[in-house]
Write a new protein. Structure first.
Length: 209
């Protein structure tokens, strides 16, 4: 997972409310065995409409999506986060998110920013023609018009996003401690470590072998 200190650029000025995961990525796309290419199916029903936002060349490749409340509700499919990431979206700004979607987004390197509706309305307006910046260092969303909206983010998630640590990365970061623990176990309790050495060990209620 790539480290994220700041996400800056054009944003999809959507603002739609109650967007569920089936809208983000329809069920028939879930048969794929890879994450690659899911961006093509993202918002498929919306893209079926002429002149839709997601096929507007002005917003092509935008790394930010400005949405309405309750974004990512519905089923728990992680494919929703995969599809957004495959589109190139690195941050979603909304008044509220489904807890499961927010967790899936975090695990896939997508920042979920919660701001009040008034701020969302302003960002939708700005995004029609100007860039937006999400800064994890200062915990703010800013615009070229001196707008500055502070947001909160779980410290653990913020740290992982800024360091680019997913679950595998977090485990590897503890490699020294894990190796030290395994060596101690192998020495003190070799039967657990698979090294044998259980002969003569007393087991409660059994006695010695």
């Amino acid at each position: 997972m790539e480290p994220i200190q700041q996400v800056s650029g054009r944003a999809y000025p959507w603002g739609a409310k109650n967007i569920d995961t089936d809208i983000i990525i329809p069920a028939h796309w879930l048969k794929t065995t890879t994450r690659e290419g899911l961006g093509k199916g993202a918002f498929e029903s919306v893209r079926a409409e002429p002149g839709n936002l997601f096929d507007d060349p002005r917003y092509a490749g935008s790394p930010i999506l400005v949405a309405g409340e309750n974004f990512g509700c519905g089923s728990s499919r992680e494919h929703a986060a995969w599809a957004l990431a495959d589109m190139g979206i690195k941050a979603v700004i909304a008044p509220s998110f489904s807890d499961i979607f927010s967790g899936n987004a975090f695990k896939n390197g997508i920042v979920t920013v919660v701001l009040p509706q008034a701020a969302i309305d302003r960002l939708v307006q700005v995004a029609t023609a100007n860039e937006i910046t999400v800064d994890l260092e200062t915990m703010t969303v800013t615009t070229d018009f001196q707008d500055r909206f502070a947001f909160e983010l779980d410290p653990f998630r913020r740290d992982c996003l800024m360091q680019g640590l997913d679950e595998i990365g977090m485990t590897l970061a503890q490699d020294t401690a894990i190796s030290k623990f395994e060596s101690a176990v192998a020495h003190e309790r070799p039967w657990i470590a698979g090294g044998g050495g259980h002969e003569g060990v007393a087991v409660e209620g059994v006695g010695r072998t």
